[in-house]
Write a protein that binds this ligand. Structure first.
Ligand code: GLU
Ligand code: MG
Length: 436
């Protein structure tokens, strides 16, 4: 059989699905300037095949313009099958940004941060997922669970490294058949590109082994959740980490403290972007190992922001790796919208010199209502509807989005809320497990 390599042009849409059009690899160069056409109404696609009502007509089109710096390829360790891919910016014209492109949303956020502070962010994702196959399930975190997935994990390790995404840990997680692969941080737009690439490669490797990797935030109401925690740090133009100040509270430099405070200040609205489905809210609860409260603490897993100092005795190494973990995120969100919104919230904190609340070094669930009120700690939104209402009520957060982007995002998410009521719980969870 003769085969010819295809390069898939990829873009992450508003519901966190990677969409594509393919071209013969030999034609890729010719697409760099003008890209490939794509209907604007495609941005109204849900993860379930339907298209929500929108304002685009049948002739409205954008160009998918490949960014060659993001190109990667895959060769299956199982079947030998090969493919290549490249991530695109969706543009109204080759030289004109489209305000509904998530990658452009993130790039503009990075540009604003850099213009005002001379800084950018480094970020990495912890990818948790459920690996389904038909064999007995060993206990969470056990060597048995690791070895059951050993060849799969090894193939993921090679595929990620080959694609320029550096795997750092590959392991069984707590849940039955749950695994986690965490990758090294990347700077700027490459951080979101790396998240897209990692998720798609993990899916591809699983499929090669005849298995299914699902990143759904909650496989079933009582199952252990899949998070997509994000570790971020602020770095200067020379890529020096400027997040740490050993003498300051939480070890955070003033600029990192303001940035983190901005995120906490807009947290309820942010969650509508970073935990974007009805099932996401079954994960965001106290004592679910995800996080349940709007607060910050060192190593506190119940806090939405967790400062994770390195254990290294070497001060320079500690400063280099200093980062903050944002926990209320899952993989149903586009990594571009997620990081873009985090950057804009953080920038708002820097602009306004927003003060951090008092850090929490205990389980907030153990505090009385009065203590929580005094510390300004609230529970996270309990549903997508509540998070969307918080987004609508937060004028600052609303201003991050163009009117068309805000409109279509809300249409998509309202449709998902309606679906949650139209389906019984079991059907709803199954649909998200299959789609993500
Ligand atoms: N699975 C947990 C979540 O849903 C995270 C566990 C951990 O701390 O890695 O966020
Ligand atoms: Mg984990």
């Amino acid at each position: 059989m003769t085969k010819e390599n295809i390069t898939y042009l990829l873009w992450s849409d508003l519901v966190g699905v990677t969409r594509t059009r393919g071209v013969p690899t030999s034609d890729l160069e010719s697409k760099v300037e003008t890209g490939l056409g794509w209907a604007c109404a495609g941005q109204a696609l849900t993860a379930f095949g339907s298209i929500v009502e929108n304002t685009w007509g049948p002739m409205d089109e954008v160009r998918q313009i490949p960014d060659l710096s993001s190109a990667f390829s895959y060769k299956s360790a199982v079947t030998g099958a090969e493919w290549s891919a490249v991530i695109c910016d969706s543009k109204s014209a080759p030289d004109r940004d489209w305000d509904c492109c998530p990658r452009t949303f993130y790039k503009r956020a990075l540009d604003a941060l850099y213009a005002e502070t001379g800084l950018t962010i480094a970020a990495s994702f912890e990818h948790e997922f459920l690996l389904t196959a038909d064999s007995p399930v060993p206990s969470g975190f056990s060597l048995g669970a690791a070895l059951r997935g050993n060849e799969f994990l090894q193939a993921c390790c090679a595929a990620l490294r080959n694609a320029g995404v550096v795997p750092e840990t590959l392991e069984p997680e707590y849940g039955a058949s749950q695994y986690e692969i965490s990758c090294a941080p990347k700077i700027g737009v490459a951080a979101a590109d790396a998240a897209l690439i990692a998720r798609e490669l993990i899916r591809a490797v699983a499929a090669d082994f005849g298995m299914h990797a699902s990143f759904t935030p909650k496989p079933s109401p009582k199952a252990v959740g899949n998070g997509a925690h994000i570790h971020f740090s602020l770095v200067d133009a020379d890529h020096k980490n400027v997040t740490h100040d050993p003498s300051a509270p939480l070890g955070l430099s003033p600029v990192a403290a303001y940035f983190s405070a901005g995120i906490l200040n807009h947290l309820d609205a942010l969650i509508a972007i970073t935990a974007p489905t009805p099932v996401s809210y079954y994960r965001l609860r106290p004592h679910a190992w995800s996080c349940g409260f709007k607060t910050i603490g060192v190593q506190n897993r119940e806090a939405a922001l967790r400062v994770t100092p390195s254990a290294s005795p070497d001060a320079a190494r500690r400063a280099k790796g200093y980062n903050v973990e944002y926990r209320p995120a899952d993989a149903c969100a586009s990594p571009y919208l997620t990081l873009g919104a985090l950057v804009l919230a953080g920038l708002d904190g820097i602009r306004n010199k927003t003060a951090l609340p008092r850090p929490i070094d205990c389980d907030p669930a153990d505090l009385s209502k009065e203590q929580l009120a005094e510390l300004g700690i609230t529970a996270l939104p309990s549903s997508l509807e509540n998070a969307l209402a918080a987004l609508h009520a937060d004028e600052g957060a609303k201003s991050w989005f163009s009117p068309s982007l805000f409109d279509i995002y809300n249409r998509l998410k309202k449709w998902e809320c309606e679906q949650a009521y139209a389906n019984d719980e079991a059907t709803l969870f199954k649909r998200y497990s299959t789609a993500y």
